[in-house]
Design a protein around this ligand. Structure first.
Ligand SMILES: NC(=O)c1ccc[n+]([C@@H]2O[C@H](COP(=O)([O-])OP(=O)(O)OC[C@H]3O[C@@H](n4cnc5c(N)ncnc54)[C@H](O)[C@@H]3O)[C@@H](O)[C@H]2O)c1
Length: 361
């Protein structure tokens, strides 16, 4: 499978690593071939291509879309490029992978999904592949949490408060679309929709701490889920003391789970059905063969890292292709997240409770 990767930054490296590693950890008929690396800086591109094993480089993403030998166009470029590249690639019949947020607006996301009706897609919501999160999903599906009452999620970063990081595309509205809403709430809501189902309505506030900035530095959202549970979501780049704390807690009638990305090999689980004298949250090291991805990587207790979530997403995608099965998250799931983010922005602007639009294309 010939890959063209667009983006030579943080995610360019994370995806390059996944392409190199996936066949080591997943049994696959097809191996990704690192065919074409695309970015804006030709000199650095060549160094990166040599380091990660890319065969060719280009500074024009259109080459990736028009070349007949490319099977997959993988978009790891800034947010405003996701829609134009994805639509062009899908119309050329390519498999399309897009980083999150899928798009800068709901309309863009819908147009991407419409263009991609006839091709396979993936949105890199890689946290679904954290073994501890996949294990939480399994516990919920098995009814181990019972009826869900509370879903509480936070994504806390602190780099907004760093005076040396006052510029960059993530702070420009025309490129990033939004601040923490697209960047961090997108992750939280993909996980929430996956674990707790659709959102019925929400009430949001967005705050910009830096004078003159057009994007949101922090966001807080109250949510009513379709299953009747209550949710709160908070994302910020000003949580001084927190580096990359993607956390959630879910309280149900039969138990509780709690997760923090800064300790990603662990899931806390409280089983409220056992003898009351023995109850209390247990911190489970999610690395046993019985756990999700427990046989893909290392022996029990030999912990994995951030990069494995990308390898696992890619491995699952390639296996789904080989078995002719559905894969999620695809562009349809991306539109569902974008619809919630759209409601967050509308609610923050109006001050009113808001219902996400139907996610369909
Ligand atoms: N899944 C995750 O956990 C995760 C984490 C970080 C970033 N992201 C997403 O990944 C995407 C990229 O973020 P990043 O952190 O890698 O950014 P980055 O700034 O590190 O890299 C962006 C890259 O895009 C390239 N680029 C810019 N304009 C281009 C153009 N016209 N043609 C070709 N290449 C171009 C730049 O040269 C750069 O290499 C964003 O959408 C971001 O939201 C996802």
């Amino acid at each position: 499978m010939n890959i063209a990767l667009i983006g030579q930054g943080f995610m360019g490296r994370a995806h390059s690593n996944a392409y190199n590693q996936v066949a080591h950890f997943f049994e696959l008929k097809h191996r990704p071939r690192l065919k074409l690396l695309c970015g804006r800086r030709a000199d650095e591109l060549r160094t990166m291509a040599a380091r990660w094993g890319w065969e060719e480089t280009t500074t024009d993403w259109r080459e990736a879309v028009t070349r007949p030998d490319i099977d997959v166009v993988d978009i790891a470029a800034p947010n405003s490029l996701h829609a134009p590249i994805a639509i062009a690639a899908a119309e050329a019949g390519k498999i399309v992978f897009a980083e999150k947020p899928m798009a800068n607006t709901l309309d863009e996301a819908r147009r991407m999904a419409a263009a991609a009706r006839g091709v396979r897609t993936m949105v890199w919501f890689n946290y679904r592949r954290v073994p501890a999160i996949a294990f939480a999903k399994r516990l919920i599906e098995e009814g181990r949490l019972g009826r869900i009452f509370h879903y509480r999620a936070t994504y806390l970063q602190q780099w907004g408060n760093d005076p040396s990081r006052k510029s960059g595309w993530k702070l420009e509205k025309a490129v990033a679309g939004s601040g923490v809403t697209g960047d961090l709430l997108s992750h939280l809501f993909d996980t929430a929709l996956e674990l707790n189902g659709p959102v019925s309505r929400l009430s949001a506030m967005q705050t910009t701490f830096e004078a003159g900035r057009e994007i949101d530095d922090a966001a807080a959202v109250m949510v009513e889920f379709a299953n009747g549970s209550q949710g709160t979501f908070e994302a910020t780049r000003y949580a001084v003391g927190a580096v990359n704390q993607n956390r959630f807690e879910i309280h149900g009638s039969r138990g509780m789970v709690r997760f923090n990305l800064e300790d990603l090999n662990r899931l806390e689980f409280h089983d409220a059905t056992i003898d009351a004298a023995e109850q209390g949250p247990r911190s489970i090291l999610v690395t046993a063969p019985a756990h999700p991805y427990g046989t893909n990587f290392w022996k029990p207790g030999h912990i994995i890292g951030y990069e494995h979530t990308f390898i696992a997403a890619l491995g699952d995608f390639l296996r789904a292709v080989e078995r002719d099965e559905e894969f999620h998250p695809d562009f349809g799931d991306g539109v569902a997240v974008q619809s919630v983010l759209d409601a967050v922005e509308r609610s923050a602007a109006s001050g009113a409770w808001t219902t996400p639009e139907k996610a369909g294309v």
